[in-house]
Write a protein that binds this ligand. Structure first.
Ligand SMILES: N[C@@H](CCC(=O)N[C@@H](CS)C(=O)NCC(=O)O)C(=O)O
Length: 304
């Protein structure tokens, strides 16, 4: 059984996400100085964790400071791959064929999962960090000398509340959908789907009289929630069997999703074709035919 057939983490029946192991920081005075043109993000448009970093880079106007490239949305038995020059999935930095080559530069015996996002240092040719929750904080905090944006998505005064909301949303929603989708028995699925919809109900209530999750200002917490909600109806509802309700049936979650989706810098980061192709074609243990469903036709609903 290869790693794309059945995630290693699921053998106990319950999905456990692997801890990221490259967690260096870009920081003034460290070996990774904040600089323009030095860092690159390896991403997938399909992946919610990578999507967080793409959104923060865009809304902080860091497009000319940090370069990006994308892996092919279909992961094969060797993992995330790139294509040849001219393809949208070409690696312009290192010319890698597989993202695993970056990980093996760090450790020739690396045998854990090869994940996106990866923050790569073009100067020293190494991975700085492969944990999205670290990368989005760095993008918010340490490149401010190189951008005209004064947006602060993680203000000091709100940090503890943002962290608290993030923990809840990560465990119950961001990772909660995977726990439903990769549950290997009915009782685990039943438990996880109950937790997931309990959390969606409660976040829907939290947003009742608010536009954003914390202090009614856009923060990292909103972006972390958005990347799961925007994938929910098109993929998770069927593929991960999170089918008690659509997000468009939740008044406040849907308003929140539409609001973020329509932001000028966020909309171009959402690629539904890539999202659908990736999930439905990359997890043969839960979708052996690899057939990608036609609907739902979400864009008209988002535009409503
Ligand atoms: N902790 C990581 C998780 C990243 C992650 O799980 N990425 C998935 C794609 S959505 C991946 O690359 N999976 C590859 C695999 O499991 O083989 C983060 O948040 O950055």
């Amino acid at each position: 059984m290869t790693h794309t057939q059945f995630p290693k983490e699921t053998f106990s029946g319950a999905f456990k996400r692997q801890k990221s192991i490259f967690q260096e920081q870009v920081e003034a005075g460290s070996q990774f100085e904040p600089e323009t043109g030095r860092y690159h993000l390896y991403l997938s448009y399909a992946c919610p964790w990578a999507h967080r970093t793409l959104i923060v880079r865009a809304i902080k106007n860091l497009e000319d400071v940090i370069s990006v490239s994308f892996v092919d949305p279909i992961r094969d038995e060797k993992g995330w791959r790139f294509s040849s020059e001219g393809s949208p999935y070409f690696d312009p930095v290192n010319g890698f064929n597989y993202l695993s080559e970056a990980y093996r530069i760090m450790d020739p015996n690396y045998n854990m999962r090869v994940t996106v996002p990866v923050l790569w240092d073009k100067y020293t040719k190494q991975i700085v960090n492969n944990e999205s929750s670290d990368i989005i904080v760095m993008l918010n905090d340490v490149f401010n000398d190189f951008t005209n944006s004064n947006l602060d998505l993680y203000p000091t005064a709100l940090k503890s509340e943002i962290d608290e909301v993030n923990d809840y949303i990560y465990t119950k929603i961001n990772n909660g959908v995977y726990k439903c989708g990769f549950a290997a028995d009915q009782s685990i699925y039943d438990r996880e789907v109950t937790h997931l919809f309990g959390a969606l109900d409660s976040i829907n209530d939290r947003l009742k009289e608010k536009t954003y999750l914390v202090n009614d200002t856009l923060t990292l917490a909103d972006i972390r929630l958005f990347v799961t909600l925007i994938r929910f109806d098109v993929v998770y509802y069927t593929h991960f069997k999170t089918s008690k309700k659509h997000i468009y049936e939740y008044e406040h979650l849907w308003r929140f999703t539409k609001n973020l989706y329509h932001m000028k810098k966020i909309k171009p980061t959402v690629k539904f074709d890539e999202i659908k192709n990736h999930y439905f074609k990359t997890h043969p243990h839960i979708n052996p035919s690899g057939i990608v469903p036609a609907g739902p036709y979400i864009i008209p609903l988002l535009n409503d």
